[in-house]
Design a protein around this ligand. Structure first.
Ligand SMILES: C[S@@+](CC[C@H](N)C(=O)[O-])C[C@H]1O[C@@H](n2cnc3c(N)ncnc32)[C@H](O)[C@@H]1O
Length: 284
């Protein structure tokens, strides 16, 4: 996936932390067993590990799987040191590390093939379900979670990309950008609403759903963390996807947006949902 540049993944982290639904996450942690096995599809740079530790997980194991060897090498190399920097007594292992009785590791591969069956108490797929064919992905994640296991899909994109201030070409740009995504393999801009239906039609229970829109806005002309870079990446994604044949005003739109970003006047909203699903007590 072109978008999985390490700096992009790190830059979006503060946006994701802000936008993930606290209510859905609270329901998740209420439902977790004490020593748990976690698998993550599309684990990126491994930010789920500090998040689990911060939320009080002290024992069990975590296995993060991502298609990108560069991203996985980065996670393996940096997560133990980042945890030590935050004050955790973290030790390195060949594929990740340990913190007390909690082990974590990262590996390269197709998570939908590698997660296996009935092997996890919790399967996480953050900002992932809009990249894959939904039905087989839900089959694989629910199989990996096993009977009565949990599947948590935060930050699933759903069909709104909004930049402000208004520009006359906004509607056409958004449509052309989403069309390009929908024509790119299994990616889907309306994954959120379709995942809602996919879970509803299955035998388990959808425990919680909430919106988790990404909202980036300047304060006094400045952006938090590396979020100016994050917005710059989004503009690059639009540039790669929307041709002048599709939208003649695209160059004007992009240069206007880049000027607004440089001046600290550009804001962005991406509509997303968080889902927490429990598989049926006895899956077929
Ligand atoms: C948008 S990024 C999200 C990364 C991380 N979950 C986060 O929220 O920061 C999606 C990630 O999924 C990975 N990916 C896409 N399809 C995959 C698959 N079938 N198996 C494993 N990883 C996959 C990409 O390489 C990319 O790192």
């Amino acid at each position: 996936m072109k978008h999985a540049k390490i700096r992009y993944l790190e830059a979006k982290h503060s946006v994701d932390e802000r936008s993930r639904s606290r209510r859905v996450a609270d329901r998740l942690f209420e439902a977790l067993p004490e020593a748990l096995t976690v698998g993550e599809a599309g684990s990126g740079t491994g930010t789920a590990v500090p998040w689990l530790l911060e939320r009080g997980v002290t024992s069990g194991s975590y296995r993060g799987i991502d298609l990108s060897p560069t991203v996985i090498a980065h996670a393996q190399r940096t997560q133990p040191a980042a945890l030590r920097y935050r004050g955790y007594d973290a030790a390195d292992t060949e594929t990740g590390g340990t913190v007390g009785d909690f082990r974590f590791g990262f590996e390269v591969g197709d998570a939908l093939q590698l997660l296996g069956e009935r092997t996890h108490d919790l399967v996480v797929a953050q900002q992932f379900m809009d990249l894959v064919a939904l039905e087989p992905a839900v089959d694989a994640l629910t199989a990996a979670a096993g009977d009565g296991g949990l599947v948590y899909c935060p930050l699933t994109f759903d069909g709104v990309t909004l930049f402000q201030p208004d520009h006359p070409a906004d509607g056409e740009i958004e449509q052309a950008y989403h069309d390009a995504i929908d024509n790119d393999g299994d990616r889907e801009t309306r994954a959120g609403r379709h995942l809602l239906e996919e879970f509803r039609d299955r035998a388990g229970s959808l425990i919680a759903v909430d919106a988790s829109d990404a909202i980036v806005r300047p304060r006094n002309g400045e952006y938090p963390g590396d979020e100016r870079y994050f917005l710059n990446c989004l503009l690059e994604f639009v540039e790669e996807s929307v041709s002048a044949e599709a939208v003649p005003e695209v160059e004007n739109w992009l240069s206007t947006r880049r000027d607004q970003l440089a001046d600290g006047r550009l804001s962005y909203v991406g509509h997303r949902y968080d889902f927490l699903y429990r598989t049926a007590a006895e899956q077929a």
